[in-house]
Design a protein around this ligand. Structure first.
Ligand code: UT7
Length: 317
């Protein structure tokens, strides 16, 4: 398969590190040096569904296809205010689609996992044109009275349209069951029969442990796909990594190799937008004409689970 259209959308409200330091015990110097984040976009007047629709319509327009030519909608979303129906059902009509779809939740690694599914569907002949939408509002599950998680995240949506082609080469998925490194627990209704009711609580993160695992597992995933393709870091034009922390990206680069210029970032503007981070960055790079025919591109993402996933492309337009 190949990508023939990209789109993205972020909320209109921009929040700087200085804005956060007005009500949290934090400061611009700490956030900048420890994470690379300067600003993030937070939902205020619009909602996640608006972003999801906006990013999707832009991607379909860029692809040159009509909405009725999309055969399947794959959505990556960790949480939104509906537990059911899925986000794909909620936005399908507003995007102008009539095809079927489904939601996946593989946390920040959702985009690369969705690519794996799209590749399988195309190879099985089940769909020719697929829209992948990653729409995330992680700021809605942080504790805004604490500085540990709330400074890291931003809201946003990124979408791509895929069709048949030979650009997508390989993918490697990893899952290490460890809920405790990063989780958000929602409260559910109580029943008269339940003796173990768990009240919901905001996102809990073991930052240092997650940092170390993210660096080592992402580097392993990347080396696995490079080895399978008999490639080295020198052969790769772009390493598009999940935007969780600039220091994580540097840590991965120290193991995998290659100059800093091959590791683009948008974290400084958007913070960590979970599974939307790679498609948002890809859309910006496409619009800036940074991606060329034949470019070898590695994508790698990691997050709650612990899950990680990497893939590589030889770009075709
Ligand atoms: O999408 C995937 C999920 N997320 C991740 O992969 C995140 C992975 N983890 C990280 O990115 C980093 O661990 C963090 C950015 C979360 C934290 O960075 P760190 O360098 O590991 O800092 P730390 O937690 O060791 O904290 C260092 C110090 C502590 O103070 P003391 O104990 O040294 O006095 C913290 O209390 O920094 C303090 N601190 C802060 N100070 C100002 C922690 N958070 C903040 C803050 N502002 N927001």
């Amino acid at each position: 398969m190949k990508i023939i259209g990209t789109g993205s959308a972020v909320p209109t409200m921009t929040v700087s590190n200085d804005d956060l330091s007005k009500f949290l015990d934090t400061n611009d110097a700490w956030i900048t040096t420890r994470t690379g984040i300067k600003t993030r976009h937070l939902l205020s007047t619009e909602d996640l569904y608006d972003l999801a629709v906006d990013a999707s319509i832009k991607a379909i327009k860029a692809s040159g296809l009509r909405p009725d030519q999309i055969d399947f909608l794959l959505v990556s979303n960790v949480a939104n205010r509906h537990i059911t129906p899925g986000l794909s059902c909620i936005v399908q009509k507003r995007i102008g689609l009539s095809c079927a779809g489904l939601d996946i939740n593989v946390a920040c690694a959702g985009f690369v996992n969705a690519l794996m599914l799209a590749d399988g569907m195309m190879k099985a002949g089940r769909a020719k044109n697929i829209l992948i939408l990653c729409a995330e509002e992680p700021t809605k599950y942080c504790n805004w009275h604490e500085r540990d998680c709330s400074v890291l995240f931003g809201d946003g949506a990124g979408a791509v349209v895929l069709t048949e082609g030979n650009a997508f080469k390989d993918v490697n998925l990893t899952m290490i069951s460890d809920r405790d490194v990063l989780y958000y627990e929602r409260g559910m209704e109580t029943t008269p029969f339940e003796s173990t009711y768990v009240k919901g609580q905001p996102l809990v993160m073991k930052g240092k442990e997650l940092f170390r695992t993210a660096v080592s597992e992402s580097a392993k995933d990347i080396q696995t796909i490079l080895n399978r393709a008999h490639l080295t870091a020198d052969d790769i034009n772009w390493f598009m990594l999940h935007q969780a922390n600039k220091r994580i990206i540097e840590g991965i680069r120290n193991i995998v190799g290659g100059p800093e210029e091959k590791y683009p970032t948008v974290i400084e503007k958007y913070g960590n937008t979970s599974s939307a981070s790679i498609p948002i960055m890809l859309d910006e790079m496409m619009r800036d004409n940074k991606i060329h025919q034949g470019d070898k591109i590695v994508m790698s993402a990691f997050g709650a689970g612990f899950v990680s996933a990497a893939c590589w492309w030889e770009w075709e337009f």
